[in-house]
Ligand binder design. Structure first.
Ligand code: SAM
Length: 296
């Protein structure tokens, strides 16, 4: 955490009477609560306070600095969409970079694409990876794919050394506080642009239209100046604040991502729980208030 932070968050303090309460400063006046069956892990890493607990109704839950990152019950709604929107929008992605995403769930989804030759992941906190391998094996199995290379690094620094290298870059970040805030700033989007190959696509966690339009709108406006297209999609997921999370898709030297260029084969589609070609197009249709606020 940054020096200016008042006091480091202790995840354990958020468990009261057997319930974990997610009370983020980015969503004042509301909280999401889950009943805790057992605390499986709670340690402070070099970067953040890591908690994993077994919940009564959402399976194992990963929490970083007090904020829910994934639950076993609904994680597919996020992992499938952040990975397959850019990958199926691209006709032939070969080199993919995942920034953040230490739990491995995005890797698991990228690995469903047989045409992808290299998958790099750049996660700053090695403890998130180790903890996920132990307590979230259904996500961390993404690391088992032989095409995956792990870099324990800051994503921005890694991209500086890898210019014009990737067909798709996926940024699976937490919210814009603590070590993640840099991932929501214009310079980070400029670095991603430089690391993309011609025809490339970035897809990033884009926050929720019910809560953070004042972060989303200026970010979208600023990156429009550089990228050929900037679009906003969303997925519905009960354990994220307000039950919805946005995804920003931006392209280099190519057009819209709203229509899939390829479709999952029959076997892959059967394994998917949220993504489909129809959901691909539908996810870009925003409620009128959000469309107006972000794009008009
Ligand atoms: N999908 C979840 C969500 O949206 O809440 C989980 C995101 S979590 C896995 C994000 C990861 O990004 C964390 O493990 C964190 O350590 C990592 N991270 C934060 N800043 C980073 C940076 N500058 N470079 C690379 N990884 C970073």
């Amino acid at each position: 955490t940054e020096e200016s932070d008042p006091a480091p968050i202790k995840c354990a303090d958020l468990i009261v009477d057997g319930w974990f309460h997610e009370r983020g400063t980015l969503w004042p006046g509301q909280a999401f609560s889950l009943k805790v069956e057992e605390i499986l892990y709670n340690q402070r890493s070099e970067y953040q306070d890591i908690l994993v607990f077994k919940s009564e109704s959402f399976g194992n839950v990963l929490v970083l600095d007090g904020i829910i990152q994934v639950t076993e019950r609904d994680e597919f709604a996020y992992q499938e969409m952040i990975a397959h929107l850019p990958l199926y929008a691209h006709a032939d992605p070969k080199k993919v970079l995942v920034i953040g995403g230490g739990d491995g769930g995005v890797l698991r989804e990228v690995a469903r694409h047989p045409g992808v030759e290299e998958i790099s992941i750049c996660e700053i906190d090695k403890d998130v990876i180790e903890v996920s391998k132990k307590y979230l094996p259904g996500l961390a199995k993404g690391y088992d794919d032989p095409r995956v290379t792990v870099h324990i690094r800051d994503g921005s620094k890694f991209m500086e050394e890898n210019q014009e290298s990737f067909d798709v870059i996926i940024t699976d970040s937490s919210d814009p506080i603590g070590p993640n805030s840099v991932l929501f700033e214009t310079p980070f989007y400029s670095s991603m642009y430089s690391s993309l190959r011609k025809g490339g696509i970035v897809c990033t966690q884009g926050e929720c239209v019910w809560l953070l339009l004042d972060v989303i709108k200026p970010l979208v406006n600023s990156i429009k100046e550089k990228y050929s297209s900037v679009e906003f999609a969303y997925t519905c997921i009960p354990s994220y604040p307000s039950g919805q999370i946005g995804l920003i898709l931006a392209t280099k030297d190519r057009g819209s991502c709203k229509t899939a260029a390829r479709k999952p084969d029959e076997e892959t589609q059967k394994a998917l729980q949220y993504y489909s070609a129809d959901m691909h197009s539908a996810s870009f249709v925003l409620p009128a208030f959000a469309q107006r606020a972000i794009f008009e």
